[in-house]
Design a protein around this ligand. Structure first.
Ligand code: ADP
Ligand code: MG
Length: 705
């Protein structure tokens, strides 16, 4: 079960948290319009404000006399207001002379309104002003002071002023004022931390942590690695991990059938394999086998880079199900992939006596009826297919294992729909080629057990990866001749234009035409705007060799296998993310011929783009690339927060707090074994924590489960 499935009516929030969930609009000086800006920017509850952390600090503690003040410094001065000199024309500034017992200086205002300035700075009165000093010749000036207050309002002038990220409609003054109000809502809360951990890390209490984050005393108090910020990050990660543990525990409680197997099929099958399984494949298989043999339903994810050999692992798992008297199904996201799986395994499986069928949207009428009848009667052992497999009228006699390939293309709901087709909860095996850094997989796949195939079969030829300047684009186009002469094929991927599919398409079409001029009809084009069947048709022609150059936007199907394709050209490679480049490069190097990847880059590169291209040139290890990607982009972006359903964190940033996630996971596991119903003192505090970070669906689950 995915975290997003664990919905339920919300329990009332603990009363002690009410102040934190108060409305930004209730703060003095925050009207409906500013509230709207807050809503859009960070949220409209006080907690959202309190989780909006400063990124800098302005120090106004220097309080010299005018005569001692240095140009360029931010200072706070005690002055007496002198004469006003309103501007004589539009361009000239409004000036006000001010002085103390050491000397005098000038305050400068552009577009200053006389009535306003006279009321703020009445002649002869004392004022506290703060801002940056300039010197023009002998004249000391301060242009638009940040603060001008009378001595009895000195409290309104923060000598240490945190600097917050801002947005249109929210000025620094408004932000600081809002936070001043929000800080009043900070209450102590029962402590959910393990005190041993807290002492060791010198983490402050919850309320102290929040207060100190917003009251930095010097620059070293600002930033994600302070004790206070680490504690707050940990709080959120702990909430995340406890919630996931609870969900996982509820899922574990699902009884499944025991699929022990007896090895008679898998032994025959592996004896026929032309290679030995890698140790990563063997390890993964034994993890799967153990899950299947237990009476709990398996929910396991296999992560393995393109070409790491996930398919054979899936087949062995399906054989274990069949040996146990059950049926197995394998779901792929596209027709092409499903047929590819079917074609790749049907002969060997039939050879050991199994009945295997393919079911896709294209299979209709009598043929489909026959498959459904065989499936329901138990005459089919293995069904391979697309979404067609999860249609209502498809019924298994006894589905024991569902394998889902390239899981990120399927939603959790489809995963559930397939699992629902079992008489009891079938075992579920999910496979993905998207390497996800270990730190992220903990928070993302926390509800699944994870196996990693982190080793490729031996003997793979490295892919020669080059980065080439776009001034040589024409040479690259002409150079394809040699590849084609050898009977090999070429992918040509066109620039990604941000946020516009139409522009993507224009670029790809243009390249298609120019390549056609050189190479004629053997050039094909696929893009995201094409219908599934249309796309499949072009891909198939490329697979068959009728087309030898395939121009594409980034739609090249994940997992498509064309061993004859040996060259991958990517235009404007600097616009692609690391994970994308890695996926694209994975399309070649699947046959026995040496392959290459040509990354064409623009003249001007940002530092990150340069680092990306360097990384991709230097390694082919998807996990290394994923870790690097995380460093360069931060967690939300790696997965695309919205598509992935990855929880977006408020106080934690996995690119700097990754280490804490591992600690939180272990902490959560311990909690779940010692106090699974959260009844102890700490357990009760943890419930508050779950509400605080809105992971309270997990609490519902515990109640009902
Ligand atoms: P993916 O993980 O991308 O789905 P596949 O399962 O399609 O990878 O495997 C890629 C290729 O590697 C296939 O041709 C498969 O037969 C081969 N292969 C799988 N395991 C091994 C192994 N242990 N040794 C050699 N080749 C292997
Ligand atoms: Mg695969």
């Amino acid at each position: 079960m995915g975290a997003e499935d664990a919905k339920g009516g919300s329990m009332p929030r603990p009363e002690i948290l009410y102040p934190f969930f108060g409305d930004v609009g209730s703060l003095p000086g925050i009207g409906p319009r500013i509230k709207q800006h807050f809503s859009r920017f960070i949220g409209d509850r006080l907690l959202d404000l309190l989780f909006h952390f400063p990124t800098g600090l302005i120090d106004r503690t220097k309080r010299p006399k005018i005569a001692e003040a240095l140009a360029g410094e931010i200072v706070t001065l005690n002055i007496v207001v002198g004469k006003h000199y309103p501007s004589r024309n539009r361009r000239a500034p409004y000036k006000v002379k001010v002085y103390d017992d050491s000397g005098q200086m000038t305050l400068v205002f552009f577009n200053g309104r006389e009535s306003y300035l006279k009321s703020q700075l009445p002649e002869g009165e004392e004022r506290l002003i703060s801002g940056k000093l300039d010197k023009f010749g002998n004249d000391v000036q301060m242009t638009h002071p940040d603060y001008m207050v009378s001595p009895d309002q000195a409290d309104d002038l923060p000598l240490l002023e945190p600097v917050y990220p801002l947005t249109a409609g929210i000025s620094a003054k408004v932000m600081i004022k809002a936070l001043k109000g929000a800080k009043e809502s900070i209450n102590p809360l029962p402590n959910w931390l393990d005190t041993g951990l807290q002492d060791k890390r010198q983490w402050p209490q919850w309320d102290e942590a929040l207060l100190s984050v917003h009251n930095p005393q010097n620059l070293s108090d600002v930033g994600p690695l302070t004790h206070a910020r680490q504690r707050l990050a940990y709080d959120e990660l702990l909430a995340n991990q406890v919630a996931l543990s609870m969900i996982r525990r509820a899922a574990r409680h699902k009884k499944g059938a025991v699929h022990k197997g007896n090895g008679h099929l898998s032994e025959k099958y592996s004896a026929g394999l032309p290679y030995k399984l890698t140790s990563a494949q063997l390890r993964t298989l034994s993890e799967i086998s153990g899950d299947m043999a237990s009476d709990n339903a398996m929910l396991r994810l296999v992560q393995g880079d393109v070409g790491s050999g996930k398919t054979v692992v899936a087949v062995m798992a399906m054989l274990q199900a069949v040996e146990s008297g059950a049926q197995a199904a394998m779901l792929a996201p596209t027709e092409i992939l499903a047929s590819q799986h079917y074609d790749g395994m049907v002969k060997e499986l039939e050879a050991i006596g199994l009945k295997v069928a393919l079911l896709t949207g294209r299979i209709k009428g009598k043929k489909r009826e026959q498959i459904l009848a065989d499936l329901a009667a138990g005459d089919l052992d293995i069904l391979i297919g697309t979404h067609a497999v999860i249609q209502k009228d498809v019924a298994f006699q006894n589905l024991g294992l569902a394998v889902i390939d390239e899981q990120h293309r399927f939603g959790v709901h489809q995963r559930m729909a397939l699992a629902d087709k079992g008489r009891v909860n079938p075992d579920v095996l999910v496979m993905t080629a998207t390497p996800i850094p270990r730190t992220l997989s903990l928070s993302y796949y926390g509800d699944m057990d994870v196996s990693r195939i982190d080793e490729k079969p031996p003997g793979r030829k490295p892919i020669d990866t080059r980065v080439i300047s776009n001034t040589r684009l024409h040479d690259v186009m002409m150079g394809l001749e040699r590849t084609l002469k050898k009977g090999q094929r070429v992918y040509w991927v066109c620039p990604l234009v941000e946020e516009s599919e139409a522009l993507d398409l224009a670029a790809a079409e243009e390249r298609y035409v120019s390549l056609q001029k050189i190479y004629g009809d053997q050039v094909g084009l696929v893009h995201g705007k094409m219908k599934g069947a249309e796309k499949d048709a072009v891909m198939e022609r490329f697979q068959q060799g009728e087309l030898t150059i395939l121009v594409a936007t980034t739609v090249i199907e994940v997992g498509v296998n064309v061993p004859e394709a040996t060259v991958m050209v990517v235009e404007h490679a600097e616009r692609f993310g690391l994970a994308q480049l890695h996926q694209l490069r994975g399309r070649v190097g699947r046959g026995s011929d040496a392959s290459s990847c040509v990354l064409i880059r623009a003249d001007k590169l940002s530092d990150t783009a340069r680092t990306r291209l360097k990384t991709i040139r230097e390694t082919e290890d998807g996990f290394v690339i994923a870790e690097e990607d995380l460093k360069l982009r931060g967690a939300g972006e790696v997965l695309g927060v919205r598509q992935s359903g990855l929880p977006s964190f408020k106080t934690a940033d996995l690119s700097v707090h990754g280490e804490l996630l591992v600690v939180a996971r272990d902490d959560a596991n311990l909690i779940m074994t010692q106090d699974p119903d959260l009844m102890s003192e700490r357990g009760k505090a943890l419930r508050v924590l779950l509400y605080l970070f809105e992971r309270d669906q997990a609490v519902q689950l515990m109640k009902s489960g």
